[in-house]
Design a protein around this ligand. Structure first.
Ligand SMILES: CC(C)(COP(=O)(O)OP(=O)(O)OC[C@H]1O[C@@H](n2cnc3c(N)ncnc32)[C@H](O)[C@@H]1OP(=O)(O)O)[C@@H](O)C(=O)NCCC(=O)NCCS
Length: 198
């Protein structure tokens, strides 16, 4: 496995810039409805060309307000998912996105760790004041994960998601910078204080 640059590192995962090769895992998962049922792109069929074009936009910096991370498992250096922050710099707000493409790794706390690293980047590198997200009401694993990180439900958009013949609500959650920094130790602060000391 080639070594990848570390943006922010947790106990079991680190955030790294995406690479062209990441498209392989993305392609495997992006048409798997066990994964995509929770995402907005359901029920689109995604071709290699569509995925490559989408990733190419990110790799070449054309998505200026999107900070996009590959989530790497430390024990073997493999890609397991992606997280992102869509940023509104004027209002200092961000929207969080995350998917662990490796569904065999769901429910082991790796999502929680990846969300915390991504929020740390958003709050303590980009200086965002608030980060929000939308989650489908039937995505209990994600809701539990976000709550355990400190997100609070702030509202419901009713009947926004169709699955089968049923409509579901979208739950909006958010978190403020102070709330995050009270609950979690920032890795960014460590980097700053180390470099100031030396
Ligand atoms: C959402 C996602 C990132 C969460 O990551 P994860 O590693 O699976 O989640 P974690 O293990 O960190 O946390 C899951 C929480 O839900 C609980 N949980 C685990 N399996 C569960 C299940 N089947 N149903 C409900 N809760 C569950 C865990 O106990 C944990 O809660 P706790 O921290 O209070 O104990 C990941 O599951 C994923 O990528 N899912 C598919 C795509 C997706 O849903 N993206 C988010 C769209 S908003």
């Amino acid at each position: 496995m080639p070594r990848r640059p570390v943006i922010l590192e947790g106990e079991r995962v680190f955030l790294s810039p995406p690479t062209k090769e990441d498209v392989e895992l993305l392609l495997e998962s992006i048409n798997d409805k066990e994964v995509t049922q929770y995402l907005n792109l359901f029920p689109r069929i995604m071709t290699r060309e569509m995925e490559e074009r989408w990733l190419d936009n990110i790799l070449n910096g054309r998505e200026k307000d999107l900070f996009f991370f590959s989530i790497i498992l430390k024990e073997n250096g493999s890609l397991i998912g992606n997280s992102s922050l869509k940023v509104d710099f004027f209002n200092r707000t961000g929207r969080l996105g995350i998917s662990l493409w490796r569904k065999d790794l769901w429910g082991r706390g790796l999502g929680r760790e990846s969300v915390i690293l991504t929020l740390d980047y958003g709050f303590n590198v980009l200086s965002l004041d608030v980060i929000s997200l939308d989650v489908m009401e039937f995505n209990e694993r994600a809701i539990n994960c976000y709550k355990s990180v400190g997100f609070k439900e702030v509202g419901r958009k009713r009947c926004r998601i169709l699955r089968g013949s049923k409509k579901y609500d979208l739950i909006e959650m958010d978190m403020l910078r102070d709330e995050f920094n009270e609950m979690h130790e920032s890795k960014v602060m460590e980097i700053c204080s180390d470099s100031i000391r030396s």
